[in-house]
Design a protein around this ligand. Structure first.
Ligand code: PRP
Length: 218
């Protein structure tokens, strides 16, 4: 979709992560001069366009944003650093939006002591991040891949520890678990398809410049 619209502009397709983070990300785009009022209406619609601003938004499952961008279905998008580290999509990372902040951590029972004579059982959704982390520690592990409610695994004896996202720490606290090791800080990143970045460079650079001005610093 590189052709120009009736305003003689190249439309930029943006994959937004569906949910609270996506709404905040949209607010930044709106404040940067890319509004699309209809997106705020309560509906099940997934695609929204502002022809004059030459922008088209899609609501995408957060963990799928990088796939849409990597394959060019979206020119740009917003994905968590966790997804970028886990799947290493072939995209450009353009900006740290300084939002959606959390950390990737090893967590487990409060009294956990690692017995290095045994293989460590690690439950996680983020297998590559966990494998890379423990490889760097030369620690042998057995990965148990789960899709959610990871915190249950050490409680029920399915695993020794978990590798997961910690935001407020409430889920861990309420389940008598705690952070044992911090792996990496996470935040939302603006990413771009590599071909789009070449052929729609002027438009994408212009978006990046305006968005950068609207990123809130701590
Ligand atoms: C994530 C993560 C933790 C929780 C951490 O789960 O996997 O369970 O959020 O947040 P907190 O530190 O603020 O409590 P998510 O809500 O995405 O659901 P999931 O259990 O399906 O992974």
């Amino acid at each position: 979709m590189t052709s120009e619209n009736k305003y003689g502009k190249k439309i930029i397709n943006v994959a937004l992560p569906k949910g609270r983070l996506g709404e905040k990300v949209y607010d930044i785009f709106e404040a940067s001069g890319y509004p699309c009022e209809e997106i705020k209406e309560d509906s099940r619609k997934l695609i929204f366009e502002n022809e004059e601003a030459a922008i088209r938004y899609f609501w995408v499952k957060p963990s799928d944003v990088a796939i849409y961008v990597e394959r060019g279905a979206a020119d740009i998008g917003v994905a968590g650093k966790d997804i970028l580290l886990e799947y290493s999509p072939d995209v450009y990372e353009l900006l740290d939006l300084n939002m959606g902040k959390c950390r990737m951590a090893v967590a487990g029972p409060k009294d956990f002591r690692d017995n290095t004579g045994r293989t460590l059982r690690v439950a996680t959704k983020f297998c590559n991040i966990a494998m890379d982390y423990y490889a760097s520690q030369c620690r042998e592990i057995d990965i148990i891949k789960l899709q959610g409610s990871i915190e249950l695994a050490p409680i029920l004896g399915l695993s020794d520890v978990i590798v997961d996202i910690v935001e407020t720490g409430t889920t861990l606290r309420e389940n008598n678990l705690e952070v044992l090791e911090e792996i990496v800080p996470i935040s939302a990143r603006l990413i771009a398809n590599k071909v789009s970045f070449k052929f729609k460079n002027k438009e994408i650079e212009s978006i990046v410049k305006k968005i950068r001005r609207n990123i809130k610093n701590d």
